[in-house]
Write a protein that binds this ligand. Structure first.
Ligand SMILES: [Cu+2]
Length: 192
């Protein structure tokens, strides 16, 4: 979508420069119908339909899927200004952590997000889109880290004076590494 928007911007700037620079003596009549129908209907119609299809697919990728197996579930509760992480299905759990999420690489991860105070937004750009953390409501996003590594995240919705200092990271592990990481977590909830 960014490339599409960039291409259109370059095209429009080129047209503007051409219109501004061509010599007045060489002006011919502007083909009005071509501009109106081509530039006003056909061009945006084709571009928007293509982007809509692409966006629809990309959005679908991030929605939980009915009946999907092998899912790893995490709950995230946003606070001013930190993230409470809960592993509801951990073997000896639930387990609790702060600001860091351990996930298996190559498996779908369903992150269910809520908030304890104001609206925040959970965003790990390399893994997917944003999802709002809304008090009294749970939103679930499906993420997948294709390989082990650390993926940084942020709060993407202004949530008060500490908004910029609300770090988050996702660490994706192989199964053995995940078990090891989870073994180090607390069974006691962090108190705000
Ligand atoms: Cu926030």
């Amino acid at each position: 979508m960014a490339w599409g928007a960039a291409a259109i911007l370059v095209f429009m700037v080129a047209l503007t420069v051409y219109a501004a620079c061509r010599s007045p003596g060489k002006r011919r009549g502007t083909p009005t119908m071509l501009l109106l129908i081509g530039g006003g209907l056909v061009f945006p119609g084709v571009v928007l339909i293509a982007l809509l299809g692409y966006g629809w697919n990309a959005g679908d990728e991030q929605a939980p899927r009915r009946g999907e197996s092998n899912v790893f579930r995490v709950e995230v509760r946003a606070h001013q200004w930190w993230w409470e992480i809960i592993y509801p299905e951990a073997d000896n759990g639930p387990l609790y952590a702060v600001n860091q999420i351990h996930v298996p690489a190559g498996r779908p991860v369903y992150v269910t997000v809520t908030s304890s105070d104001v609206i925040h937004s959970f965003w790990v750009p390399r893994l997917g889109g944003k999802i709002d953390a809304i008090p009294g409501r749970s939103n679930t996003i499906r993420l997948m880290a294709s390989e082990p590594g650390t993926y940084d995240g942020v709060c993407a919705e202004f949530c008060g004076i500490g908004h910029a200092h609300m770090p988050l990271n996702v660490r994706a592990h192989d199964e053995a590494g995940l078990a090891q990481a989870l073994a180090g977590l607390s069974t006691v909830r962090a108190v705000p």
